[in-house]
Design a protein around this ligand. Structure first.
Ligand SMILES: Nc1ncnc2c1ncn2[C@@H]1O[C@H](COP(=O)(O)OP(=O)(O)OP(=O)(O)O)[C@@H](O)[C@H]1O
Length: 283
């Protein structure tokens, strides 16, 4: 410990036991003063294209069906797909107080960069720090009203923006989504190592597009190879939150913006893992 340690690590750069006890410096941003959010849950994946936005949206739908007030913050700024899944086409509204999320048919609050662009096809060609700033504003400038669970659709990978989310938002837990592929172990380990470095609890690992159920005989066809998710979850001592089938009927509903009509019983285990965060709190 430094000779004249005041235990105020913000004014000292020395590495000592006092700093270790204090933990990493907090970069948490304050939410909008009119916001009320009980729990923030991040949904992450080590790579893109695993259906992370689909899983994030379905968690919001699933928890809303259980009577909770849910919201989705689309932090996947360069690949925003949340509004399309919910059939939201209007622009976000704002006034002198702040920005207002759109409401889905069943009352889930949603904010996405797509609701602020001229057209849905306008590309976001911004540098990392600008994108990270937008994600922060989705937390500080958006008025999230009376939310039990705010789900954050994380951008894939472990770059600047995921880091910003984990540092700036009070994330209670993170779900990791993967697909059955050979690289899954390495990819999941990157995501898990990042969350543990940021002191974010991992709520579990979920495998999407795990199999196709034959419409005639019900046999599970493993289109992308044999499932490895449970073994990988065990390898990292994570709860295994199940396997979601790939279902053409689900894809069609999503394409039509009707995700709130999708029934996905295989997601119940993941919904249970999120619901645990409420403890004894009232809805
Ligand atoms: N289990 C599934 N069954 C059927 N369709 C699915 C499933 N998972 C995802 N999809 C569909 O695949 C498309 C892409 O999904 P999504 O937007 O969530 O993923 P992505 O953007 O490709 O990947 P990510 O968000 O992980 O970067 C969507 O239209 C979605 O409806």
């Amino acid at each position: 410990m430094a000779e004249q340690c005041t235990h105020d690590c913000s004014s000292c750069s020395q590495s000592c036991s006092s700093r270790e006890q204090a933990g990493p410096a907090s970069f948490l941003e304050k939410p909008h003063e009119l916001s009320s959010v009980k729990h923030v849950v991040a949904v992450a994946s080590g790579k893109g294209g695993v259906g992370k936005s689909f899983v994030t949206s379905m968690l919001a739908v699933g928890l809303a069906r259980r009577g909770y007030k849910t919201a989705v913050l689309d932090a996947d700024i360069t690949g925003p797909s949340i509004p399309k899944l919910f059939g939201i086409h209007e622009q976000a509204q704002s006034d002198g107080l702040g920005i207002y999320p759109a409401l889905t048919g069943q009352g889930t609050q949603v904010i996405s960069i797509n609701m602020m662009l001229d057209t849905e096809t306008t590309p976001v060609i911004w540098r990392g720090p600008v994108i990270a700033g937008v994600v922060k504003q989705f937390w500080t400038d958006v008025i999230w009203r009376d939310v039990d669970f705010l789900f954050v659709d994380m951008p894939p990978g472990t770059g600047d923006v995921p880091l910003t989310v984990f540092q700036s938002l009070p994330v209670d837990g993170c779900l990791v989504v993967s697909t059955p592929q050979d690289l899954v172990s390495m990819i999941v380990s990157k995501a898990v190592n990042m969350t543990s470095a940021m002191h974010i609890p991992v709520l579990g690992l979920l495998e999407n597009m795990s199999y196709l159920a034959c419409p005639d005989c019900g046999k599970q066809i493993e289109l992308f190879g044999h499932s490895k998710a449970e073994a990988v979850a065990n390898q990292f001592s994570l709860p295994f939150l199940g396997r979601l089938p790939i279902d053409p009927a689900v894809a069609a509903l999503c394409d039509e913006g009707r995700i709130e009509e999708v029934q996905l019983p295989a997601l119940d285990i993941a919904c249970d893992a999120v619901e645990v965060l409420m403890g004894g709190e009232e809805k």
